[in-house]
Design a protein around this ligand. Sequence first.
Ligand code: SF4
Length: 193
Amino acid sequence: MSPRAGLDRKVLAAVERLGRALRAARQDVATRHEVSLLGLSVIETLADGRPRRVGDLAAELDVSQPTVSDAVAVLDRRGLIRRDRDPADLRSTLVALTARGGRVAADTATELAPLLAAGSGTATDRATTLRVLLGEIARLHAAGVITVNRSCLDCLHYRPPGTRSRARCLLLATSLADRDLRVDCPEHQPIPA
Ligand code: SF4
């Protein structure tokens, strides 16, 4: 194995390990709130206040529509989400959190905060890690492994840094240092194929 291939494997192994640890912590939180892990992901996704169609939730969470429909139905029965008519298409419904669902979302964020805040390394290290991880997500999105990516590195408005210029967001007319890169931006616009 080449040194580069060995390094790639170690990076993947490290990401997988982090993923397993985070999944276990999230499962604990989900169990406490008596929702499934997918149900918790639906609640966290809707916590940004943007109602979504079930199909959009499925794409964002990289699961099938029937699977997310089942999870949404359970959350609906528990009074954690509500369905409203989509004003853009009255045959469709939009899913949003109820006040009770919002409280679960807030509790979840609080419960997971210590895990996320316990990192080591400088702020610069963290910002570099963020950029590198977003680059990997963009690569997997281009390969079709990740369905939805609303981060800067995959956005029509993003301009990468040049030899003498910083990265920029043309929409917000601002420079983007690594620490400013957004993982899930409401203004994100996909790059046309
Ligand atoms: S619109 Fe959002 S995602 Fe796109 S470059 Fe600007 S900040 Fe990043």
